[in-house]
Write a protein that binds this ligand. Sequence first.
Ligand code: NAD
Ligand code: DAU
Length: 352
Amino acid sequence: MMQWKKRILVTGGAGFIGSHMVRLLVNKYADYLIVNLDKLTYAGNLENLKDVEDAANYSFVKADICDSDAISEVFEKFQITDVIHLAAESHVDRSIEGPKDFVLANVMGTVNLLHVAKDVWEGGDHVFHHVSTDEVYGSLGDEGLFEETTAYDPRSPYSASKASSDHFVRAYYHTYGLPIKISNCSNNYGSHQFPEKLIPLMINNIVHKKPLPIYGTGENVRDWLWVVDHVQAIDRIFHEGRVGESYNIGGLNEWTNLDLVRYLCRILDEKLGREAGENEKLITFVKDRAGHDKRYAIDATKIENELNWTPSVTFEEGLASTVEWYLNNTDWIEQITSGAYKQYYEEMYHNR
Ligand code: NAD
Ligand code: DAU
């Protein structure tokens, strides 16, 4: 086996954030082997990685993180030295429809990975980086920010499963000394995001002049971060963060859903050559999400001070490049909304 400096297992690398993570690592670290392990659920798409799939330092394995034998084989075959764990069921609405899949993938899958890593790594220089979410902290009122010390208070089946996985990751650190790091990030946006999530869903619907479904009153607040800034933060934490620690990642970029959708409407009025205000007419208020968390907002002081990380783009820049990507990659969206992924996309769309 070639003398790679690190042999990193990235789980969920065919998904939205995972594909950006793999791209960053493959391009930035020619002396690392990057092994992408993904089950290729409805959300996993190898098209996301076309630009790096032939790289000498990249391998793909189709497997389920719940399959202990498959995970052990991958650790053995590639002599895995580190893990960046992103594989998960990630969509809150789906977790409301069917929580058990979330427990399986997010809790059992994570415990499986932790256990194999614990059994295989004996001492030495390893990192198990667990990618988590700000949703574990629950919901904020009008004031305040989530800090790393904020008590966990998950409220959706998705966030409960992610909180549980975070607890297991910490348990493996305290009980077995597994060298773990955790990051909790706010809402991501960018290219290659499955169009069930707010921003790509709205862009696609605006393009096709379909209704823009706003849950409830649209006053819920999310803190948006460009996906490339998220994976750069993970890279920083993975290499320089302290073992056993959690780091919040966010952009101090709060938007109500309604203001954000109106903003997208205005950008696309211009881009698509429509009259000012034309796209806004598509906004349709629909039944609220059950247990809809009111507001998320991240205090990222720890990663800024300790690791000198801050977002590299403004929201205006990041969103403009994201809109541009979706407009220039209609084949990618088409594949999802009318190809192999059609059933899953429509399931979500019709459930509204
Ligand atoms: P995604 O749904 O786009 O991708 C998830 C990937 O995991 C897919 O490729 C899927 O095939 C794979 N996967 C799912 N179950 C698997 C299993 N059992 N075994 C192997 N692979 C499996 O998700 P995303 O939005 O890219 O999120 C990635 C991670 O980041 C998740 O852990 C999520 O909780 C976390 N996160 C997401 C956001 C966000 O805004 N999207 C924010 C903070 C944290
Ligand atoms: O905060 C981080 C989390 O952000 C991640 O952990 C999750 O994996 C990710 O899916 C995301 O969760 P949200 O539930 O915040 O994202 P979503 O895109 O589903 O919704 C964003 C907001 O928009 C939320 O308040 C619900 C609302 N919404 C969403 C959709 C899909 C609508 O009003 N209409 C919609 O059609």
